[in-house]
Every structure is written in C-alpha cells, then in structure tokens.
Write a protein that binds this ligand. Structure first.
Ligand SMILES: *[C@@H]1O[C@H](CO)[C@@H](O)[C@H](O)[C@H]1NC(C)=O
Ligand SMILES: *[C@@H]1O[C@H](CO)[C@@H](O)[C@H](O)[C@H]1NC(C)=O
Length: 193
C-alpha cells in the first residue's frame, strides 16, 4: 500500500515537473500548433483609422470593357438574378477616368435577389500609389445597386492593411442605363496598424 502510494505521488510529481518545464519553454503549446503571441513580436503598434476616397470605373461597353459577364442565368429575370460579372476596374482620384490612377478593384458581383437589383460583391482593392502601394483591401458584401448609399464591409487586407476592418460607402455618380457603364464614388473607413 505504502509503496503504491509512493509510486503514484512521484509520478504525479514527475508529470507536474514536465508540464511546468514545457509551459516555460513553449507557452500554450500543449496542442502542438498554437501559442499566444505578443503583438510587439509582429511589430503591431498603435491601431490607426484611415479614410480612403476614390472613384471606381465599371465599364461594360465595348471596345474596352473592364467588366464582363462570366455566368449568364438560364432563366429570364427582371432583376438579373444569377448574372455574374467579373471585373478589373480602375480606381482614380477624380470622377474623370483620365485622372490619376491609385489602384484597381478586382473581383466579381453576382445578382443575388429575385425582387430587386441587389448583388453580392466580392472584391480586392489593389493600391499602386502612395503609402498603400502594394497593399490590398478585401471588401465583400451586399450592393443594393439603386440605393443612394451602398454600405459594404471591409473584411480584411494585406500589407499595410493586415488585420483591417471597417466599411465602405459607395455612391453611384455616373450611370449609363443603355450600356451599364457606371462611375462609383467610394469612401472607405478602415482600422489597421
Ligand atoms: C429570355 O427572353 C428572351 C426575350 O424575350 C427570349 O428570346 C429567350 O428565349 C428567353 N430565355 C429563356 C431562358 O427563357
Ligand atoms: C509601387 O510599388 C512598385 C513595386 O514595389 C514600384 O515598382 C512602383 O514604382 C511603386 N509606385 C509608386 C508610385 O511608388
């Protein structure tokens, strides 16, 4: 009895000791793949809030469309339900397409409502100017095409926009109902490091 008791307590002591040593060397690594990390290790300092403003040119008309249909619905729908367009649209500082280019919007929108013009939009904004050159922002959400202000969530980003979150407000400034071309003003409010 006494020997059995002694063995139990010494193996308990051994387990406790091993666990303590492991905890000291590999914090939270008892699952083998995760650990707590100090934000300083990723050089994450103060979170900042930025406001981005630009115009987005969605051109469907020939000869050089920047958005093309990639899925055509098999049924006729007054709200284009099922139609998917892929785009690589220019982002400029001004309303005029000839104004300075700051990036591109690349993604697709698919009409997702049976009863109104509302699309699911999934897009990456890729910046080519200034301090955000090379960084991307991912914006995905519902685009109620005819609403005066369309709000879409910023769901993430890369480069300067790692850990990004925020929202975008889109306002259609020019639209040609005959060919579908549109210029949309974007205001993006984004938290990032
Ligand atoms: C859609 O409507 C057009 C014009 O009315 C017609 O020619 C076409 O066959 C219709 N397509 C389908 C899939 O119903
Ligand atoms: C943006 O970054 C690319 C790649 O590093 C570089 O070639 C280009 O000159 C930069 N553009 C500006 C305007 O700084």
């Amino acid at each position: 009895m006494a020997i059995a008791h002694l063995t139990t307590s010494s193996s308990f002591l051994f387990l406790l000791l091993t666990a303590t040593i492991r905890a000291a060397t590999e914090p939270n690594a008892d699952d083998g793949y995760s650990q707590l990390l100090s934000p300083a290790k990723l050089r994450l300092r103060k979170e900042k809030l930025s406001h981005l403003h630009f115009y987005y040119h969605d051109i469907l008309s020939r000869p050089s469309p920047t958005a093309v249909p990639i899925v055509r619905p098999t049924t006729n729908s007054s709200t284009f339900f099922g139609l998917v367009n892929m785009f690589d649209d220019l982002l400029t500082v001004g309303l005029e397409p000839s104004s300075k280019i700051v990036g591109r919007a690349q993604g697709f929108y698919g009409f997702a409502s049976h009863s109104e013009f509302a699309a699911l939009t999934a897009q990456n904004f890729v910046f080519v100017e200034g301090k955000f050159n090379g960084s991307t922002l991912t914006v995905m959400g519902r685009n109620a095409v005819l609403s005066p202000v369309k709000e879409l969530p910023v769901i993430g980003g890369t480069g300067a926009f790692r850990f990004a979150r925020g929202y975008a407000e889109a306002r259609t400034r020019v639209s040609d109902l005959t060919n579908g071309d549109a210029v949309v003003e974007y205001n993006i409010y984004v938290y990032h490091y």
